[in-house]
Ligand binder design. Structure first.
Ligand SMILES: O=C(O)CCC(=O)C(=O)O
Ligand SMILES: [Fe+2]
Length: 350
């Protein structure tokens, strides 16, 4: 048995399960109504399925923000238990991994939402034609900054957007992601584990969208904290991959355990001539974060990470980024490099 986020292909099987277990999901003729399932699920933020034999859904759980968990299962009690624990509590081993390795991957946590968010990013990009800028550090422009990519000679490519800085100012979908109960629950648990009080309020800042076109890049090696002017371990960075992401279309790379070191950042060159980056030595053990659409990666803002170039001929790699910070933690930016934040782009999450 496997527990994962509900994805489109499991919808019919999930509807069959629900039609058996609950009158609510049957229509007058007693047959299952997939549409009703979709409507019910649209109200819920977290939807999990337990799957057997590859395709058969044997359990389904959703978290209604008002009513809490609702679990349906055609298997033993252990199926329901697995569903709920997957959705709510972090295992102790996961918490330890976050502390030791500096990151945690939640595969498919937002799988259900990912296609819609992706479409909403396309809508936001419609404004890019009029608003694009060559300034990598463009901030406080009263809205999102559509930053143009450069070629291998470091020359701006017209009409090719590399990132949308302050993306939360361009699309409501961005804050919906960072405020979604599924993500917030994990963030709260991680703060709790860090041995600190769970902050009463948490903000997200430095929101970004990377379309990563075929041939394109997003970031070279860096520690997010380099740009913030603080190395506080209370900042949790968050990447949300809206499409299947692998070595071909530019997946994230991380160096486990690197969050306990400081790395020197220097101005980049070529495709990475915007920004300041680290040049890790050859012995550095990088891990590719290969994940399905809707996956969320939470990491210590001191973790050394980068993204591969998208070498695929046709696939994009849409992703969102933001950084969680306790609301009471204020800090002054580093002065010369604002690329990861602006006060306009700091928003309360809870
Ligand atoms: O594009 C990625 O996968 C990583 C982006 C990133 O690290 C950042 O924006 O700080
Ligand atoms: Fe980063």
């Amino acid at each position: 048995m496997k527990v994962q986020a509900l994805s489109q292909e499991h919808l019919p099987s999930a509807a069959t399960l629900l039609a058996k277990s609950s009158q609510q999901f049957r229509d007058a003729a007693g047959t299952l109504a997939e549409d009703r399932l979709k409507q019910a699920l649209a109200r819920c933020e977290i939807v999990r399925v337990a799957i057997r034999d590859k395709d058969t859904v044997i359990g389904l759980a959703f978290h209604d923000p008002c009513r809490g968990w609702e679990v349906h299962s055609s298997g033993p009690a252990s199926v329901a238990a697995a569903l709920v624990s997957f959705g709510s509590e972090l295992e102790a081993s996961e918490k330890a991994a976050f502390w030791e390795q500096g990151y945690l991957i939640f595969g498919g946590l937002l799988a259900w939402e990912a296609p819609t968010i992706r479409t909403r990013m396309d809508l936001m990009m419609k404004d890019a034609q009029t608003a694009a800028t060559a300034d990598w550090n463009a901030v406080d422009v009263g809205g999102p900054a559509f930053v143009l990519a450069v070629d291998t000679a470091g020359k701006t490519i017209p009409n090719r957007i590399l990132k949308v800085q302050a993306a939360a100012l361009g699309s409501g979908a961005v804050l919906e992601v960072f405020r979604s109960p599924a993500v917030v629950a994990k963030v709260k648990e991680l703060y709790n584990f860090l041995g600190q009080e769970v902050p009463e309020h948490v903000d997200v800042f430095g929101t970004k969208f990377f379309p990563m076109w075929p041939g394109g890049v997003s970031v070279d090696w860096h520690q997010d904290c380099h740009y913030f002017g603080t190395a506080s371990s209370r900042i949790i960075s968050c990447g949300v991959y809206l499409e299947d992401t692998d070595q071909d279309n530019g997946c994230l790379q991380v160096v486990p355990g690197s969050h306990t070191f400081d790395f020197e950042h220097q101005p980049g060159s070529g495709l990475h001539s915007q920004g300041e980056w680290v040049n890790p030595d050859a012995s550095t053990n990088a891990v590719d974060v290969v994940v399905p659409a809707g996956s969320v990666v939470l990491f210590n803002s001191r973790l050394l990470h980068a993204a591969r170039q998208n070498k695929h001929a046709s696939r994009t790699r849409y992703s969102l980024f933001g950084h969680f910070v306790p609301s009471e933690l204020d800090f002054s930016w580093r002065g010369t490099d604002f690329s990861h934040g602006t006060y306009q782009d700091r928003h309360q999450v809870y």
